[in-house]
Ligand binder design. Structure first.
Ligand code: SAM
Ligand code: TMP
Ligand code: ZN
Length: 403
């Protein structure tokens, strides 16, 4: 049943039993992993694409949540620019107030904090919330939902802007989020959020965007339908090149302002492409199977030739790829990543060891699978020596290729 409208959800892909994507395993506790069924479908009534099963939120977001938004220089720049743009577009009055849902380590809010703008980050994962505090960001360690919004408005007054990046798609209880926004936002306040775009996921067969934390896969059409249901309206949309293709949505209370033409244009494009139709989802499913076949054949062949293969980026996304494709330490020796909390651990399910990025050094391996493909430019520039020493990158989005 659809988590937004209660309508029937038609499943279009089942990845089977999967571990939590960010639950890196201590080498001495390999028998203690939690698995769930990862399957995805689309609502036949409102068009919202969503997971078929929900993982309890505190299993995923807790004190030791290992994803640090500031791990990428490119994303640090993206959020610094975002802070400037948000501030110019939405924070005009005297003493404006901004709330960010899922502020993580403060990658965006620290720029506003530096400007002395009144703000509050809502971040349930205690470890990253503390990192944000160290950056001068004010943080409430809670899940955003209706009761949290009520407490914030009681203490701080209404918000002129509520912003969220890569978090709203993580929240199955959208009804509670919208009721919360209705309480928290000033009458003319804006809700701006950005998340991976289903249009790009389908175009690029980036099936690794599908994992426990990504509950929803938004389109402008499905977000508009949800907004309408809760008394809001999408007044602007913008495509973003980050994380493999996202859309930034601006919502206001319904009837407050005239939607920009971009909204209807992107909906028309989605309809033209047939997003939401069984045929388009069937083509995606065939694409996923093709990537699995080609990637596993490539790795098997290279191993048979005695090649050394590693992975780059112990991403949440890679949990789906490795576990769905059955890729483990027999083909990938280790995966390197900048995040200290992941070092010395094993990748969830596949149990490939995680090392610091300094592990990628002379003598270089023959191949590196770029699991953090959304950061390709940044990583390839940083690891130029690997390529210059004869190392080759393996990518699998939008198709399996050796670069
Ligand atoms: N905004 C950052 C970015 O774009 O890099 C962080 C994104 S991270 C993938 C998702 C964050 O949302 C996590 O830090 C998680 O703890 C937080 N989160 C999950 N559910 C939430 C909720 N109900 N309210 C607020 N934050 C939540
Ligand atoms: P993400 O795709 O969800 O943002 O995750 C990216 C992962 O890749 C994260 O664990 C950090 C890691 N990473 C590196 O190891 N080196 C890098 O240069 C970048 C940009 C990310
Ligand atoms: Zn629905």
């Amino acid at each position: 049943m659809c988590r937004v409208c209660g309508g029937p959800v038609r499943q279009f892909f089942d990845f089977g039993r999967q571990p939590l994507s960010d639950a890196f395993v201590h080498p001495e506790r390999v028998d203690d992993e939690y698995f769930y069924r990862l399957a995805v479908g689309s609502c036949e009534s409102c068009g919202m694409t969503q997971l078929m099963d929900e993982v309890a939120r505190d299993r995923m977001f807790h004190e030791a949540y290992p994803y640090h938004s500031s791990g990428s220089a490119h994303m640090r720049r993206h959020f610094e620019q975002t802070a400037g743009r948000l501030s110019r577009a939405h924070l005009r009055g005297r003493d404006p107030f901004v709330v960010e849902i899922g502020c993580n380590d403060g990658v965006m809010l620290r720029a506003l904090a530096k400007e002395g703008i009144r703000h509050l980050g809502v971040e349930p994962s205690g470890g990253v919330a503390d990192l944000a505090r160290q950056q001068g960001v004010r943080v409430l360690t809670e899940f955003f939902e209706e009761s949290t919004a009520a407490a914030i408005v009681a203490a701080d007054g209404p918000a002129d802007l509520v912003y969220s990046a890569n978090t709203i798609c993580h929240i199955p209880y959208l009804d509670s989020v919208f009721r919360g926004l209705d309480r928290l936002l000033a009458p003319d306040g804006a809700f701006v959020f950005e998340d991976p775009y289903l249009g790009d996921i389908l175009d690029r067969t980036s099936f690794d965007q599908i994992y426990d934390e990504h509950f929803y896969f938004f389109t402008v059409r499905s977000v508009s339908a949800a907004a309408t249901r809760f008394g809001f309206e999408v007044v602007d949309v913008e495509r973003l090149p980050v994380h493999g293709g996202e859309v930034r949505y601006t919502l206001k209370r319904a009837g407050r302002s005239t939607p920009s033409p971009a909204v209807a244009e992107l909906i028309a494009e989605e309809d033209r492409k047939g997003i939401g139709t069984p045929e388009v989802f069937a083509a995606f499913a065939a694409g996923v199977e093709r990537v699995r076949t080609e990637l596993t054949a490539l790795l098997r062949g290279l191993r048979a030739e005695g090649k050394r293969i590693v992975g780059y980026g112990a991403t949440a996304k890679s949990a789906t790829v490795t576990n769905f494709c059955g890729i483990g330490p027999e083909s990938i020796d280790w995966v390197c990543d900048v995040t200290p909390a992941k070092h010395g651990k094993l990748m969830p399910g596949s149990h490939i060891p995680v090392r610091p990025t300094e592990a990628l050094t002379d003598p270089y391996p023959d191949y590196a699978v770029l699991f953090a493909w959304n950061h390709a430019e940044e990583i390839m520039a940083k690891e130029r020596l690997f390529r210059e020493s004869g190392g080759r990158w393996i990518v699998y989005v939008p198709e399996v290729r050796v670069l």
